[in-house]
Design a protein around this ligand. Structure first.
Ligand SMILES: C[S@@+](CC[C@H](N)C(=O)[O-])C[C@H]1O[C@@H](n2cnc3c(N)ncnc32)[C@H](O)[C@@H]1O
Length: 255
């Protein structure tokens, strides 16, 4: 497995995040628990099947590859994966290889010399970019290095429409740990800022995160402005019907 190969700057400067948050916050906060907490958060095998059926060549770019939760399934489906992530801590996960770059997905280091047969931005990763402008840059950068489809999996915002501005709940509870999830929703800015407060006998760990959600129609407009067109949309990786009640979407954009 190759070591992380490229390090480039990140565009999401700290001014575009809430105070104390930045482009690496998510990865650095969750890297040590990510695989334990989220290994089955979405359908990895379904994701791989979906992508393998659509890519125009086996070479696939995963935006925000993280610990490589999806990589083994993608490789198992015959795809040749290059993963990009801003967090070295996440990239140190066991499945992040075989090829990976530490880089900002809104400033891809593959502009020259590489064309992928498809790209995937899974599990709300696009919304880690804190503004619509930066999310659109991700689409533009990805369009510039792909010939095949760009597939985005994200929440629709439907479940957040009626969400309380502030909430506190139990995220996980075992005999020796409790994880509390505190969130603050800004409906106008379309942001959710959260803390997972991880309490164990060893102490308390704060795991902050911040998402800027974009609705599917907003995403379609952003994509159209960078030359991409919506080709397919479902509510999950198994091709389930998408409608206005869907809480997640899987959208396929083509040049
Ligand atoms: C929710 S995780 C998803 C990881 C993996 N795709 C999965 O499905 O398990 C989001 C990932 O995006 C990365 N990320 C966030 N902002 C980024 C940016 N600007 N550039 C590259 N990666 C970023 C985080 O470090 C994290 O690993």
């Amino acid at each position: 497995m190759a070591e992380a190969c490229t390090v480039v700057g990140v565009r999401g400067s700290s001014e575009t995040f809430p105070p104390g948050f930045g482009p690496q916050t998510y990865g650095e906060s969750f890297a040590d628990v990510y695989d334990r907490w989220y290994h089955d958060v979405t359908d990895a095998a379904g994701t791989a099947r979906f992508l393998a059926e659509r890519c125009v060549s086996p070479s696939v770019l995963e935006l925000g590859v993280g610990t490589g939760r999806l990589v083994a399934e993608l490789v198992g489906a015959g795809l040749d994966v290059v993963g990009v992530d801003s967090s070295l801590a996440m990239m140190r996960g066991p499945g992040a290889g075989p090829l990976r770059a530490v880089a900002d997905i809104s400033a891809l280091p593959f502009r020259v010399g590489r064309r992928f047969g498809g790209a995937i931005c899974a599990f709300n990763t696009l919304f880690n970019l804190p503004t619509a402008e930066l999310q659109q840059l991700v689409l533009a950068e990805t369009a510039a290095v792909t010939t095949g489809p760009i597939v985005v999996e994200a929440l629709t915002g439907a479940a957040l429409a009626d969400a309380d501005v502030q909430s506190l709940g139990i995220s996980r509870l075992t005999s020796d740990s409790l994880v509390l999830a505190a969130t603050v929703v800004d409906h106008d800015a379309q942001t959710v800022t959260g803390q997972h407060v991880d309490i164990t006998p060893a102490g308390i760990t704060l795991r902050p995160w911040h998402l800027r959600w974009t609705t599917p129609p907003q995403l379609d407009r952003m994509a159209a402005e960078v030359g991409l067109e919506l080709a397919e949309r479902y509510s999950d990786w198994n091709g389930s019907l998408y409608d206005q009640f869907s809480e997640t979407h899987v959208s396929v954009y083509r040049h």
